[in-house]
Unconditional design. Structure first.
Length: 167
């Protein structure tokens, strides 16, 4: 009998491969967003603030429009991929449920073939619940980091807008 992750994939069926792909995509996006906030955004922020402070006119209607546009651009950069991350988090339990439903179809086939042998049914139900458990684990583990990213992005947006205003 195989052990570990290979065992889970053998039990969970083909939906587990889809869950793996979604999980890898989700965590890649989470890492990218943390990298952006930690290393890339400070450089962008410094450049945009330097450009703003180099302006001689910061009070006219045109300057205020440029400020609004700059804040919107920063907001778009900070919020990039966050909705995709939330969507992938929501999809994981649903994919797990799909795996469970397809696994339960197999259980019903066992019932029709064996006439209701309890050990065969229990084994089939056990196999059928593995994808749901996997989808929930992926979703719950990523939920914390997604919430943290949203908080950090919102905070950076407000700080940037305040830095442009208080000149």
């Amino acid at each position: 009998m195989t052990t570990g992750v290979a065992h889970l994939f053998a039990l969970g069926g083909p939906v587990m491969w889809v869950l793996l792909f979604v999980c890898l995509t989700l965590w890649l996006l989470l890492v990218e967003r943390f990298w952006f906030l930690r290393y890339v955004f400070p450089q962008i922020r410094a450049r945009l603030l330097a450009d703003w402070r180099a302006r001689t006119d910061r009070r006219s209607w045109r300057a205020k429009a440029i400020r609004r546009e700059t804040v919107c651009e920063v907001q778009l950069q900070l919020q990039a991929w966050l909705s995709t991350i939330r969507t992938l988090i929501a999809v994981c339990p649903l994919l797990g449920l799909l795996g469970t439903v397809t696994g339960m179809i197999g259980v019903f086939e066992i019932i029709t073939l064996t006439g209701g042998e309890s050990q065969a049914i229990a084994g089939g139900v056990y196999r059928a619940t593995v994808p749901t458990m996997s989808g929930l684990v992926i979703s719950l583990s990523a939920q914390y980091f997604s919430a943290r990213l949203r908080h950090l992005a919102t905070r950076e947006e407000k700080l940037f807008a305040d830095d442009l205003t208080h000149d």
